[in-house]
Design a protein around this ligand. Structure first.
Ligand code: FES
Length: 138
């Protein structure tokens, strides 16, 4: 049911933890399953120089957060904004259809953290002006 990559990122997640002096923090939750994901970003000159996550959630949510952090570490803000939940799921060699919503948490947690960075730093990120994480992905 789960790909080897999902199992790998679930049992050995990358970038777990928090960043004390984070430049942006985003937290999103899924109202139905109760799972919560929090992302911490360190940003220098438009580049995501460090990223950490804490996920209180299912295996697919943990694997998705781990993969998503790997995909945008060292990338620009613009590249991070383009990361979709589908790309995260593809990088994991797929998620079962009933688990796709778990990857949505990763996309939205990253966007929330970037929005927080934008508000704190005054750096305008046009794409996130109207961004609000959805509460329910089922
Ligand atoms: Fe809730 Fe996976 S079941 S995030």
């Amino acid at each position: 049911m789960y790909s080897e990559k999902v199992m790998d990122h679930f049992t050995n997640p990358r970038n777990v933890g928090e960043i004390e002096d984070a430049d942006g923090i985003g937290q999103v939750g899924n109202a139905k399953c109760g799972d919560i994901m929090k992302i911490y970003l360190k940003i220098e000159n438009d580049i995501i120089v460090d990223i950490k996550f804490k996920t209180f959630g299912c295996g697919s949510a943990i694997a998705s957060s781990s993969m998503a952090t790997e995909l945008i570490k060292g990338k620009t803000i613009n590249e991070a904004l383009k990361l979709t939940n589908k790309a995260v799921a593809e990088a994991l060699d797929g998620l079962p259809p009933v688990k796709m919503h778990c990857s949505v948490l990763a996309e939205e947690a990253i966007k929330s953290a970037l929005k927080d960075y934008s508000e704190k730093s005054g750096v305008i990120i046009e794409e996130l002006k109207d961004f609000e994480p959805k509460e329910d992905h089922h």
